[in-house]
Design a protein around this ligand. Structure first.
Ligand code: KIV
Ligand code: ZN
Length: 552
């Protein structure tokens, strides 16, 4: 295929990044209000920019690229509003992008008047493709553009009073610039700017267009860092886009390769396929126990403001933030999640190690709830149904009952061709176990009382195949007394083989649930369930339920 060619490898020997681990919190820089905004069909107005700016501040991002003031009047006005209304916290740096051209740099300085902390982000495209197609310029000429711009910024910055100005330089399209040439330009810029260890320059190395796999990006970053003369005077920054769907991966490998800073946007908004998603990168760190230093405790709220301001939507399957990412439809996943959640709860320690299959993080940690974890459709299994019964209704079904209820729920979901709500699941449970009154119906329990330390007697009014009657029996518990009463009346064609009970709720609202399994002479087995405020009555109801399921 001549139309597309393999991307050249970086000549790096003994690369170290594959053995590294991300342990350091990077410096985060949001470019939502510039790169993200530039990519919107309808760019944000001032009110929306303000709202998003406040959100970014609340998330704890300290370096915020607020616009391209020399290219956009709204961005210029936005700078003025932020500065004149003192809306920028003292520890937040406003970053402004500008091309390396004198009149644009001058206009940018006008927009900055009165600001306390500014990162002036100077850029010019440097790649072979851009040099050939867009500029028709030599390497020397392109380098000269960067040097001239730096000199202008330096002289204007030295004249500004009351504003701390830091320089960020981007060789735009770094990813398809010869790495040694990108280094040469960056070092030329550094020579003019004269950064120090205390006042470092930011060298931003954009993966402007992703042409290749993230490992090559990591090689480029590692090569650059290893060869940079005054590494200790520079902050190496990543700025990946997502053309190959690998923006997050390229950023992560770039961090392994030694970068210090990450530029990106919330949920990956940005030109074409977007910039790297900062929330995704940060929460990947979180999931590995690394401090990301941001406030991401309420991702749904962040998403709401983001969607309102940008008019973009977050996909259902978007990592961490999508509607469906804490939802399991598959039965085996539901089963495993339920087991994991139960174990996690038993640890009774909010900081206990997270060990729930299929859920890399506890949704609660980022403001999501368990509510949406299990939804019931025809693909759901018994575990999911049991989870809903427990979580939403306090019904702890014995394990052996899970399959038969699960099967009924699946049949109904199949029949309706849609997902079932928890209430619908409960209704199926009720119809199966609680609402079956034939052939045996409980009319009234007259008494259940102890005869002595071991024995109990009961007197119960029932209707059996249309006949109302009072029956009496004795046993070592209410159910066995009732079984004996039925036996005495000739209703004796079953054996009681299993029994479970538990309380539902707490305090004055407490009810009891009981589950009984009986076996018929043909060895078929049936479960029944009963719920009552009186635990003895719940047991008797459960037995009647099992009998009616067997004989109804
Ligand atoms: O993607 C890019 O290269 C940019 C530069 C202007 C930094 O956004
Ligand atoms: Zn960009």
């Amino acid at each position: 295929m001549a139309k597309y060619q393999p991307f050249p490898q970086v000549g790096i020997k003994n690369r170290t990044w594959p053995d590294n681990v991300i342990t350091r919190t990077p410096i985060w820089c949001s470019v939502d209000l510039r790169d993200g905004n530039q990519a919107l069909a309808t760019p944000m107005n001032i009110d929306k920019k303000l709202k998003l700016f406040k959100l970014l501040v609340s998330i704890g991002i300290k370096e915020i690229e607020v616009g391209f003031p020399s290219a956009s009047q709204i961005d210029f006005d936005f700078m003025r509003i932020l500065i004149e209304n003192e809306l920028v916290p003292d520890d937040v740096w406003l970053q402004v992008l500008v091309q390396s051209r004198e009149h644009l740099i001058k206009r940018t300085f006008e927009s900055m008047k009165g600001a306390k902390k500014i990162i002036l982000h100077l850029y010019n495209p440097t790649s072979t493709l851009q040099r050939k197609v867009t500029f028709n310029m030599s390497r020397e000429q392109i380098k000269e553009i960067a040097k001239t711009g730096t000199r202008i910024v330096k002289s204007l910055a030295s004249a500004v009073k009351g504003t701390e100005v830091r320089l960020e330089y981007s060789p735009e399209s770094f990813s398809d610039t010869e790495t040694d040439y990108a280094l040469e330009i960056c070092e030329a810029v550094m020579e003019i700017w004269e950064p120090s260890r205390e006042n470092k320059i930011i060298l931003n190395l954009p993966d402007t267009v992703q042409w290749t796999t993230p490992n090559v990006h990591a090689d480029q970053i590692e090569w650059f860092i290893k060869h940079l003369k005054e590494r200790d005077k520079a902050i190496v920054s990543l700025h990946t886009h997502n053309d190959r769907g690998t923006g997050v991966a390229a950023t992560e490998l770039g961090l392994l390769a030694g970068a210090d800073r990450v530029e990106g946007t919330l949920f990956g908004n940005g030109e074409r396929t977007g910039n790297v998603d900062l929330v995704n990168v940060a929460l990947n760190m979180f999931a590995n126990g690394v401090n990301h230093g941001l406030n991401l405790h309420d991702v749904p709220d962040i998403r709401e403001v983001y969607e309102e301001c940008t008019g973009m939507t977050v996909h259902e399957r978007h990592p961490y933030a999508g509607d469906l990412v804490y939802t399991a439809f598959s039965g085996s996943h539901q089963d495993a999640i339920k087991k994991g959640m139960d174990l996690q709860q038993k640890k009774n320690d909010p900081d206990a190690r997270w060990e729930v299959p299929y859920l890399p993080i506890d949704p609660k940690d980022i403001g999501r709830t368990y509510q949406a974890i299990i939804r019931i459709n025809s693909q759901s299994g018994k575990g999911g149904v049991a989870f809903i019964m427990s979580r939403d209704f306090g019904i702890e079904l014995p394990k052996l009952m899970h399959p038969e209820l699960g099967e009924e729920v699946n049949k109904m979901a199949d029949k309706l061709g849609r997902e079932l709500s928890p209430d619908e699941v409960y209704r199926i449970f009720k119809d199966m176990y609680l609402n079956n009154h034939e052939p045996l119906e409980l009319i009234h329990i007259h008494s259940i009382q102890y005869e002595n330390d071991h024995d109990l007697s009961c007197e119960v009014e029932i209707e059996y195949k249309g006949d109302k009657k009072k029956i009496k029996g004795k046993g070592n518990g209410p159910i066995s007394a009732f079984v004996h009463a039925l036996d005495a009346d000739g209703i004796d064609d079953f054996t009681l083989i299993d029994f479970h009970e538990h309380a539902i709720g707490k305090g004055s609202e407490t009810e009891a649930a009981a589950y009984v399994q009986i076996e018929l002479p043909d060895q078929s087995k049936y479960w029944g369930a009963g719920i009552d405020t009186n635990i003895s009555f719940a047991g008797i109801k459960a037995l009647i339920s099992a009998y009616n399921r067997a004989r109804g």
